[in-house]
Structure formats: C-alpha cells, structure tokens
Design a protein around this ligand. Structure first.
Ligand code: TXA
Ligand code: MG
Length: 315
C-alpha cells in the first residue's frame, strides 16, 4: 500500500509540521507547500519561501469533516451536501471563517478556503500532524505549478518533500463561493460548473469583482520562463517552428515542424490533458526552445479549466 511505502516519510513530515516547519506533499491536483494552519509564524514562512504577496489567501486542507468545525462558522446545508458529493476531491469552498483562523491564512478576509484532498498520503499527513494544513501550490509565486516531486525540489531544494509520484488530476482544485442564491466558480477545475449544478443551484450573480473576491486570481499566473502563446492551428500558423516547442492537444499533423512537441492526450481526452499540462510546460520550459506555443482546447467541461491555465500562462 501507498501509505506503507511512505510511512516513515509521513511520520517525519508530520513531526516537522507540528514543529512549525514547512513540508511539500502531493495532493491529487498539484504538490502543496504546507504548514500548520493555526501557526501564523509557520504560515508566514510559506509566503516568504514562495515569495507570495500577503494579499493572496491560502487554502486550508483537512483530512476529515470534523476538522471543518474549527475553520467554518456556519451551518449551510449546501456545504455538507457538496462535501458529501465531492470530498475528498478537488473542490475548494470559500466559507465564513472561525475567529481562530489566523489572518495571515485568509489575507485578512473573513472567509477561509477549505478542501479535503483525495490523495491518501496528504490526508495521512494531516491526520498525523493533528492539524489542518494551509498549503498553496509548491511553486514560486506566479510560476508553473508542480505535478511531480522534482518540480518542487528544483525550485525549493531545501524543503522536505514527500514524493508521491505524478499527481492524478494535474490542475488545481475548483474554487467556489456560496452566495445566498447559489454557488459561483472563482477558479475552474476538473469538477465543472455542470457537476456542481447537479448538487446545488448556481448563482445568478455574474461577478465582475472576482478579482476582489478572490485576490489570488491574477491575470498572469502559471508562467513559464519563456514567452508562451496560444495559437489556433499552430502547425499552419506559427512561423518559427524550429525555435519553438508545441503543446498539442492531440497528435499533430504531418505539416508540423516544431523543435519539440508535447502531446497532452493522443485520444484528445480532456481529463488526460489536464493531468499532463503542467509537466509538459515544465519540460518545454527546461528545454532549449525559445517560445512555447499552445494549441487551444475546446472550452467545454474540463476544457474551461485547462484554457484558464493556458491563458494565464500566456498572458
Ligand atoms: O488544488 C489546489 O487547490 C492546490 C493544492 C495544493 O491543494 N492549492 C492551490 O493553492 O492551488 P493556491 O494558493 O495556489 O491557490 C489558492 C487560491 C488563491 O490564490 C485564491 O485565489 C483562492 O484560492 N482563495 C483562497 N482563499 C480564499 C478566500 N478566502 N476567498 C477567495 N478566494 C480564496
Ligand atoms: Mg498556485
């Protein structure tokens, strides 16, 4: 079993979390850089290590529903319906916070973002550390999210990292807010608006103030060190293919001459494309090419979340 294979690493990591240190750990979405959510000094170290601006609040990870009581002040039955359906899993709910949640976690807001990750290593770590863990993605602020342990150690060689292999979902959780009239998606994920609508009503509010509601949702994010462009039909429309790497949804045509090609899914499966997206970006970023060119994916279902990441990476 996975848990057995990693048991001494998890014990070590749990001790470190309890002692106020940081640990990088796998979730099903991306690797997180975690600290005890109730230790403001440890959480401050996350911001320092990531070079993350303090206005960008963190997600708090729990391993069982009872931990929600210490974080969430309220009893909205929709929260429990969503938890029942989607937890453990890649859904984050922004909820009214308990007084005890440190301001540094929530960037001073009166809400806290909470999720229960599906990766059993993550939940076992939280269980042994005996505290919910605040954890952003384990990358320098604004850069490509890590889906493999070496993506983390490349950026943070000094951080203790549990290697759980490649993550199973590949892009970050969907973040939602719950308004009186329904939910609103603040960040799309593999749990789609349609999935959520099967459980709770969608809000009629089409907020133009998402930036304010979710201060971390900047236009530019997930950025490789190289210029990245989204180009429709890139094999026919991008000129300097010998100097560029291609992120292709499926198998590219014979007329394609990019210096490197990353195929997200040979069968054009959006779920598989999400799993492979950030690894492909990391590989192209490390290669000799000068530009990264991404082919747009259909913006439906999980494609919405993938295009959200591609647009921010190329902004
Ligand atoms: O899949 C994930 O969600 C990963 C793994 C590690 O769990 N975590 C992750 O965290 O993506 P991070 O910090 O990279 O993104 C969290 C985002 C923030 O940038 C912000 O937009 C939103 O969640 N958020 C957090 N707290 C919030 C709050 N109180 N109100 C609104 N949005 C919030
Ligand atoms: Mg992030």
């Amino acid at each position: 079993m996975e848990g057995m294979k990693h048991s001494s690493e998890i014990q070590q990591a749990a001790r470190m979390i309890a002692a106020g240190e940081l640990v990088a750990f796998p979730t099903e979405t991306v690797y997180g850089l975690g600290a005890n959510a109730f230790d403001p000094v440890a959480v401050a170290r996350i911001f320092e290590t990531k070079e993350r601006p303090s206005f960008d609040p963190l997600i708090v990870h729990i391993c069982e529903l009872s931990q929600l009581d210490g974080l969430y002040r309220g009893d909205d039955e929709r929260v429990y319906r969503l938890a029942e359906k989607f937890w453990p899993g890649p859904l984050t709910m922004v909820l009214p916070k308990q007084e005890a949640v440190p301001d540094i976690v929530t960037a001073g807001m009166d809400t806290v973002a909470v999720r229960m990750p599906a990766n059993p290593l993550a939940r076992e770590l939280i269980r042994q550390a005996q505290t919910p863990m605040a954890a952003p993605s384990a990358n320098k602020f604004g850069r490509i999210s890590p889906t493999e342990a070496h993506h983390v150690t490349k950026q943070f060689p000094d951080v203790y990292t549990i290697d759980g292999g490649k993550t199973q979902v590949g892009i970050e959780s969907a973040v939602i807010a719950l308004h009186d009239d329904g939910f609103e998606v603040l960040r799309p994920g593999v749990i789609t608006e349609a999935d959520l609508e099967a459980v709770v009503t969608r809000s009629g509010i089409d907020s133009k103030e998402k930036q304010q509601q979710s201060p971390g949702l900047l236009k530019s994010h997930y950025s490789p060190g190289k210029p990245m462009y989204i180009v429709a039909d890139p094999c026919n429309h991008f000129k300097e293919q010998d100097r560029a790497g291609l992120i292709s949804f499926g198998i590219p045509g014979d007329n394609c001459h990019f210096s490197r090609t990353e195929i997200l899914s040979r069968s054009k499966d959006l779920r598989e494309a999400a799993i492979n997206l950030f690894s492909a970006m990391h590989r192209l970023d490390e290669s000799h090419i000068e530009y990264i060119v991404a082919e747009p994916l259909p913006e439906e279902g999980i494609g919405v979340a993938i295009m959200n990441r591609l647009k921010k990476a190329s902004y």
